[in-house]
Design a protein around this ligand. Sequence first.
Ligand code: NAD
Length: 465
Amino acid sequence: MQQILINGAWVDAREGPPLEIVNPATLERLGTVANCGARGVALAVGAAGAALPGWHALGASQRASLLREIAVRVRTRLRELAKLLTEESGKPLCESSDCVEAVAALFEGGAALAESGVAQAPAGVVAAITPFNFPLLFMASAIASTLAAGRTIVCKPAQQNPLACLRLVDSFQGLPAGVINLVTGGPDTGAALATHPDITHVKFTGSVEVGTAIAAAATTSNRCVELELGCVGALVVCRDADLDVTVPALAWARLFNGGQVCTSGKHIYVERSIAADFVERMHQCIGFLDVDDPLKRPTDLGPLISLASAHRVEDQVGRALREGAKLILGGRRFRPSGLPGHFFQPTILADVPEAGVPVREEILGPVVTVTPFADLPEAILRCARAPRCPIALYTGDPHGALRLLKEAAAREFRINGPSGGAMGPFGGIYHGEVRRLLDAASAHDMAVSVERKAWWFPYRAREIA
Ligand code: NAD
């Protein structure tokens, strides 16, 4: 696929050598995509600008019905999209199926938003720049909300795995030409899009580093920037937490998508009196996960997205050990079933020192890291005082914990992970100062207890559509 989508047609727009897309589990070459650079971006933004008046004039109910049609087409292509997503991203097939189903639901949500009349975006063309870890999901989220608001869009998926996003275009038939445009390329293409003078609104999901640069570049223009960024955050487990449910909950929260997750709760604090039991149970839980080719069932964990990612995780684990953390499980790259891809063993690091690597840096890999704490007031104070540290707390006494969190003036917290799949504050809280994209949930949520979810590990029990 060497072309980009401009004004409803596939066109050539190459500025540099094409980008190779590789299956991260097998290292098979899946194809190449264009590195379209500033020239392709200019064409795409021009097309989106030209389509804007017609799309805006169409009226909310017609826009809603077109969005619903997209959802229907996505569902009919669920298997095909999920397989491609797995091949280029390394996600276990059931996770990819869930992602595609969520994409269809996002378009339905966009339709409802259009009909409700509350969908809003600044006038003009929107740019969506999205990360490798949930390529379809973040692109669909940006498209659905933009189209619902009567705006048009230029999307740039991540350079590692844009193929499923390109294939999603098949589901856009019926839309007026130019409403959705899709460019491919690396950071240069992203920068050209984010700074194009005719873009009035950038929706960026990705690293703190890139998001901060995009926001800084926008301060001299009238461009609106929405950010969903990375974060570490704290998962706090109290001695009265129900470990039968909390351990599998956190194992899944940390390790789904190979641990390449954007949820803010990444480092685990456990009350000292139960720390050994917690670590032992975590070992039992993730030590038996099926790490293999993600296309095979019932693989729980696939590879990391690239060799660079695998090296980064290896380096982070090595530095954490040198700082005094204790290796309980894993810690290395390896070749499950002889596969040559970028696999990393499910890993547990215990006794991580107070300001160790896992507390300072986002680890995008299958690594569970644990620091013991003395008692709940100590943990809350420690997290509430740390800059940019959202808290997800697991306890049998949610009301007592709530009182302590409020006394400590904790800004962002959840108790017993009530807000769905991610089991913790979602996605780069504190960095998205302008406006966040996805998180409609309150920053303060509480449930009496953690509920076991059907989508947690192990995946051998899961049916795939
Ligand atoms: P990244 O920031 O490296 O890349 C994201 C996108 O930005 C890619 O499309 C990339 O090509 C583009 N890009 C790179 N440099 C650019 C530049 N200078 N100007 C404009 N665009 C540029 O992030 P990644 O490695 O793909 O994704 C992982 C990160 O994303 C993690 O930090 C993760 O926590 C975060 N993330 C956050 C959320 C959330 O909801 N908060 C969701 C997913 C991922």
